[in-house]
Design a protein around this ligand. Structure first.
Ligand code: NAD
Length: 307
């Protein structure tokens, strides 16, 4: 029995975050049902999960059992994972985690539709920056709603920011904390203010790193090298490419709206999103990408200067 008392988890969206969340839920022993818009997305997402589990099996074999998981664990996790394109199929889950793109109206519509299916249990959003109180209102049962902000890549990152909306109940909060433990994660409680805790710090940091590039103070590679001095494992520009520059811009705009012009997105970040250069997901951002491997610097960025 899990600490949270939950047995079946629904995940909406099998993209960057959803596939990681689904993998971790299944690996942690939960029956897991993942929903996405079509079979192609589900097939792609399941392929990523299988490869990720396979890497863990290889790690187990290479480390003599010190790291990773056994081939039996992998098969058991895959056996617990089911997929669907029908939202109403999630009705009999005990807990639903929404991980669709960072578009307020899309998330609000999904919350309304989940409520219309008759689902009346806990619902959390993996939103990076949309007000939890606003999304809770769309669900119509705000006491059963929270933010659960997983970090990328979910199977590797232990921290999960957990955010109460204005009306989230104590019982919901307690269950979410327990679920973090069931998933082998560490909860980081934060309040429902723009950017919560992590992105309030992280997005201005990335934004300033981009300004350093666009003002010609340092190159992309040198900006990312600076973080070696800070003890970070990866530079801000490379990490932003993994997160998605559209997501970074969205959060920068949310921060500016709530806290003022000091949080304004840098012109280069806006230009990159306008030109569809969003990072790993489009094959080019600050770096050129060969899958998830950096393969050089984006020449458009090296050229772009604002005095
Ligand atoms: N990418 C990151 O590093 C990161 C980190 C933390 C939080 N987040 C947040 O997680 C959420 C998801 O981001 P992502 O990067 O995984 O996005 P993504 O674009 O990689 O994946 C989103 C998935 O949702 C699916 N989807 C779209 N509309 C849907 C619908 N109506 N019903 C069901 N599925 C639908 C898409 O087909 C896709 O598979 C966002 O709120 C984002 O801000 C992202």
């Amino acid at each position: 029995m899990s600490e949270s008392g939950i047995t079946k988890i629904g995940v909406i969206g099998i993209g960057t975050m959803g596939n990681g969340i689904a993998q971790v839920a299944a690996q942690s022993g939960f029956d897991t049902l993942v929903m996405d818009v079509n079979d192609d997305m589900l097939k792609r997402g399941m392929g990523i999960i299988e490869k990720s589990l396979e890497r863990l099996v290889n790690a187990y074999e290479k480390s003599g059992g010190e790291k990773g998981i056994t081939a039996e664990d992998k098969d058991a996790a895959l056996g617990r994972l089911k997929t669907t394109t029908i939202l109403a199929d999630l009705r009999d889950c005990d807990f639903i985690i929404e991980a669709v793109p960072e578009i307020p109206k899309l998330k609000e519509d999904i919350n309304k539709k989940i409520a219309e299916t008759g689902y009346d249990k806990l619902l959390v959003s993996n939103t990076s920056g949309i007000s939890i109180t606003r999304l809770a209102a769309a669900y119509g049962k705000p006491e059963l709603f929270m933010g659960m902000h997983f970090m990328n890549p979910v199977p590797m990152q232990a921290g999960v920011e957990i955010i109460r909306g204005l009306k989230t109940s104590d019982a919901t909060y307690d269950t979410v904390v327990k679920l973090c433990h069931d998933l082998g994660k560490i909860e980081i409680p934060a309040e429902d203010k723009a950017g919560f805790a992590i992105n309030r710090m992280w997005v201005p940091f990335v934004n300033e790193a981009i300004r350093v590039v666009e003002e010609g103070i340092a190159t992309v590679v040198d900006v990312d090298k600076c973080t070696l001095c800070l003890g970070h494992r990866m530079g801000p520009l490379m990490t932003a490419d993994y997160v998605g520059l559209d997501t970074m811009l969205f959060i920068a705009n949310v921060l500016e709206e709530e806290f003022g012009s000091a949080y304004k997105a840098s012109p280069l970040l806006k230009r990159m999103v306008e030109s569809g250069q969003l990072g790993t997901k489009t094959g080019i951002g600050f770096y050129k990408w060969d899958g998830f491997k950096a393969a050089g610097i984006n020449p458009d960025v090296e050229r772009y200067r604002i005095k």
